[in-house]
Design a protein around this ligand. Structure first.
Ligand SMILES: Cc1cc2nc3c(=O)[nH]c(=O)nc-3n(C[C@H](O)[C@H](O)[C@H](O)COP(=O)(O)O)c2cc1C
Length: 164
């Protein structure tokens, strides 16, 4: 079984989640683990796992384009976001990334973990030209955000093992 784990991560949260996934299956399959930008071809993999960070409710641009290009294999997604994964926003994100996966693939699902929001972004939120309620929600998610925790990493490990 040949597996590709490809990720995009600005500040390390998504890499942490993908490291856990890689660690879980590296002895169980032939696994290539790299950044999305370093992937030369997606052909010949039995399973492709893509790690993304949430940018405005969907996968960040690099990961989004990569996911959209995958054809005729099994696809599992792993994402991190500032908001709690079990929120309405988390549900929206799960729905949005599912729609990026081409129908020629077998979509195995997505697992989301929280990711600490870059403090530079948290400072900027107050000045964004957004509806006051949305801005306040974003600010609250950011100041309460944290790195992925052990429970979330455990869920990711189980999901990726099941995906094999
Ligand atoms: C430009 C930008 C947009 C973001 N948009 C969202 C968002 O819509 N919803 C959310 O919950 N978090 C959002 N975040 C927070 C990131 O998704 C979160 O911090 C993620 O864990 C970053 O992953 P990384 O450390 O792998 O780069 C945003 C962060 C940035 C920098």
């Amino acid at each position: 079984m040949k597996v590709l784990i490809a990720y995009s991560s600005r500040t390390g949260n998504t890499k942490k989640v993908c490291d856990a996934a890689y660690d879980e299956i590296k002895e169980l399959a032939e696994v290539d683990y790299m950044k999305v930008k370093d992937v030369k071809s997606t052909a010949d993999y039995d399973l492709i796992v893509v790690g993304f960070w949430v940018d405005k409710g969907t996968a960040n641009k690099k990961a989004k384009q990569f996911i959209e290009g995958i054809r005729e294999t099994k696809v599992a997604l792993l994402g991190t976001l500032g908001a709690p994964p079990d929120s309405f926003h988390g549900d929206k994100c799960r729905q949005n990334v599912k729609e990026l996966v081409d129908s020629s693939n077998e979509y195995l699902g997505v697992r989301l973990a929280r990711g600490l929001v870059d403090p530079k972004l948290t400072k900027m939120i107050k000045f964004l030209p957004l509806n006051k309620e949305i801005r306040e929600q974003m600010y609250q998610s950011s100041i309460t955000s944290r790195e992925p925790n052990e429970e979330e990493l455990q869920e990711v490990r189980a999901f990726i093992k099941d995906s094999l």
